[in-house]
Design a protein around this ligand. Structure first.
Ligand code: URA
Length: 432
């Protein structure tokens, strides 16, 4: 078999056979297929797409390219959750302890941030002492004793995705439906959970800009999960504005604590409750309506917050920061950004908010970049807010005035301010 023929077949709009897909994935992981031929095939897939059978084969080949995690040492129905990537998305920090506080185990392997989207591991590591490099034995022990743990992926989980994602990132082939679906689902399938909840983001800060595209991606991933016997549900949620008010690592941990203490904004709380309720539903706790009520109760009775304390302590973190935010590393400087114009915040370029947070030091432009845990943005005004000239729009935190200058310049392009009031946008668009 020759890689040339596989590229040509896809370029001409053909359907690849199972053997051809196996040849590509195995050869690329083994190093016998060079980057230039893999790039050409990715670009052909970007333009010509893949049918359901091809996408399923690609997903399973990728899942089996490394370790397949066996979670049977953990008691109970294991439900995993995955977000397609957003700005200010700290929901895992809320829902893992919330769900675990009801006896449903959450054994979660998360990723780091790249580009304009943040990563859960970077957020957790802003807690002094907390380790996400936990071996499997300790991971299982923490989940069995505490109920939840969030750790980094093991060294050999889906190596095909590590190589392919890095190549897609530099060849403008990330935003392809079959490539996103196979990338996400291969990792979820290899991670071993019994059921999977997908949070598919939609809007200016997401890969999928329209709800139609987001539903198509969700449906493809749900079909892939069901095909391999994992109950899978997807929620399409809004990323036309950042989630909550905080963007940046320790700032997002603080906001996640506020949700669990019952003091956060309603949009973020509602999103977390809906995701937690769907995880509880998948674990068989009861009807969705009952699960929503139960999730809210775990916030008001403080048990979700207590569980976060336990998880942080079990992973070696200083849980005192959760009650006393002054114990987090503090930023060297800050700046208030005030509005020049008056009117309504009609829309926001959410991706640009993420880029501003990277300029502050809260994210990475390349994999090697270091993260400043204290850097980030707290938004005072979001879509739908009525503002007057001089009103506070956002507060920026960084370790230098130069970073604040650059981020302020970027952030000023985020807001579309008009005389017209925007229609309210729901936080949820669909459930697949
Ligand atoms: N997240 C992933 O893990 N993979 C993609 O391709 C896109 C988002």
């Amino acid at each position: 078999m020759r890689m040339y023929d596989i590229i040509e077949q896809k370029r001409n709009g053909g359907v690849l056979t199972d053997d051809q897909i196996d040849f590509f994935v195995n050869g690329y992981v083994a190093g016998s297929i060079p980057d230039y031929q893999a790039s050409a095939l990715l670009m052909a897939i970007f333009y010509e797409g893949m049918n359901a059978g091809e996408t399923a084969r690609l997903t399973m080949d990728m899942a089996r390219s490394g370790d397949m995690v066996d979670l049977s040492a953990i008691r109970g129905v294991k439900v995993d959750k995955h977000s397609t990537g957003g700005v200010g998305d700290k929901t895992t920090l809320v829902i893992a302890p919330l769900v675990a506080s009801l006896g449903v185990p959450v054994a979660k392997m998360s990723g780091r941030g790249l580009g304009h989207t943040g990563g859960t591991l970077d957020k957790l590591e802003s807690i002094p002492g907390l380790s996400v490099d936990v071996d499997m034995e300790r991971f299982f022990r923490i989940v069995n004793e505490v109920g939840c743990a969030v750790i980094g992926q093991t060294g050999n989980l889906v190596p095909a995705d590590k190589k392919l994602y890095a190549l897609r990132d530099v060849t403008a082939t990330v935003d392809s439906l079959p490539l996103i679906a196979s990338s996400i689902m291969s990792k979820k399938i290899a991670s071993g959970a019994d059921a999977i909840l997908l949070d598919v983001k939609c809007g200016s800060g997401a890969f999928m800009k329209t709800s139609e595209d987001a539903v198509a991606l969700a449906q493809c991933m749900v079909d892939l999960g069901e095909e391999v016997g994992r109950t899978t549900v997807a929620l399409i949620t809004d990323m036309g504005r950042p989630l909550g008010r905080a963007i940046g690592n320790s700032l997002e941990v603080m906001e996640a604590c506020d949700v669990l203490k019952g003091t956060a904004s309603e949009d973020l709380t509602e999103t977390c409750v809906e995701l937690a309720a769907n995880m509880l539903f998948l674990a068989g706790v009861g009807s969705l309506e009952k699960c929503r009520k139960t999730a809210r109760t775990q916030i008001s009775n403080g048990q979700g917050f207590q569980k976060l304390h336990e998880m942080v302590a079990a992973q070696g973190g200083d849980a005192r920061v959760l009650d006393d935010y002054a114990l987090f590393a503090q930023p060297a400087c800050s700046r208030e950004v005030r509005s020049v114009d008056g009117g309504w915040v009609f829309a926001m370029d959410t991706g640009r908010c993420g880029i501003a947070s990277v300029a502050l030091g809260a994210g990475r432009a390349t994999k090697e970049d270091a993260i400043d845990p204290a850097a980030g943005i707290v938004l005072a005004a979001k879509t739908g807010a009525r503002i007057a000239p001089g009103d506070l729009m956002a507060t920026l935190y960084a370790n230098s005035e130069e970073r604040l200058d650059e981020a302020e310049r970027i952030l000023r392009g985020v807001y579309d301010i008009r005389d017209e009031q925007p229609e309210p946008v729901p936080h949820f668009f669909a459930r697949v």
